[in-house]
Design a protein around this ligand. Sequence first.
Ligand SMILES: C[S@@+](CC[C@H](N)C(=O)[O-])C[C@H]1O[C@@H](n2cnc3c(N)ncnc32)[C@H](O)[C@@H]1O
Length: 185
Amino acid sequence: MPHQHHHGAIEGRHSRTYNRLARLFAKAQYRRIAADIAAAAPDGAAVLDVGTGPGLLLRNLAELRPDLRLAGVDLSADMIAHAERNLADLPAAPDLRAADVAALPFDDAAFDLVVTTYSSHHWSDPAAGAAEITRALRPGGRLLNYDFPRAPFEAFNTLTTPRRTPFRSPWTLFMKTTRLEAAKP
Ligand SMILES: C[S@@+](CC[C@H](N)C(=O)[O-])C[C@H]1O[C@@H](n2cnc3c(N)ncnc32)[C@H](O)[C@@H]1O
C-alpha cells in the first residue's frame, strides 16, 4: 500500500513497532499521566489528545474518567488505525482523526483541555501547533504537555501562566519528563 510520508509522523512498520512496545512497556507510565490529567479535568470535559499514537493514554483516561468526552489526533493515519483497534472495546469510542496539530479538524473553543505526551518534539512547526491548540481551547481551557525536557515548550508562551515542572513517573530513572501546564486567556 503506498504511504504518504509526513515529517515527524511515525508510520508503517515503525508505527507497528511503537504500538507493540508501548503496549508492553508503557502501561505504568500512561496510567501515571492519565491520573495527573484526570485530576485536572473538569466534570464532563471535552479532552483532546494531540499526537495520540496508539491511543493508550486515551484508554487509561476513559477507564479513570468515563464522564470525559475524548478525542485524539495523529499526523500518522497508521497510528490512528492502531488507536482505533486499541480503543474499539471502550463503551464510548473516542473521536479519532488523522490530522496535523498545525491544522486541527475541530471548531474553535471545542475543548476544555488539550493534552499531549512525547509528541511536541516531533512537530515540524511547534508555534503553528501551539496556535491551533489555542484556537481549539475554550477561554479558560488548559493545555498539559508532557515531553522530554528539550521539547519546544517555549512555543506555548503565548498562553497565560505557563508553568514547567519536572514530572515524576515510572520512567523518571532512565528518561526525564517535563510537564507544562498553561491556560487560554
Ligand atoms: C513518540 S509518539 C507519542 C505517542 C503517544 N502520545 C504516546 O505517548 O505514546 C509521537 C507521535 O506524534 C505524532 N506526530 C508527529 N508530528 C505530528 C504533528 N505535526 N501533528 C500530530 N501528530 C504528530 C507521531 O505520528 C507519533 O504518533
